[in-house]
Unconditional design. Sequence first.
Length: 109
Amino acid sequence: MQIQSQIIEQTDSTYVLEITLEEEHKIWAYLAISEPDLDAVAQIVPPEQFEAGGDVHVMAIAQPTDAPQEVEEVLFSMNPNDTVVFLCADEASVMAVLNEFGQTDPSSN
């Protein structure tokens, strides 16, 4: 699967990526350090993203080594305009997910 990504927003604790799959389908990813708590999703994802019409998928990343498999699994089930939220246990897990989307040094963006 061909994936292109761009960090469109970055705060101290959250990254927002616009991702293009197979050169035509856009999806969005939110990455944050958070406990695996569905209530946290409403604080991470703005209301307009919920209203955009796509599904919202939530993935918990407990350790960096989980990132490749979890990213692959969720991308397989996503449709255009969907959103995925990665609730990561720590900074290393966030960086591992970013790496899966081709973002190796987000501080340079």
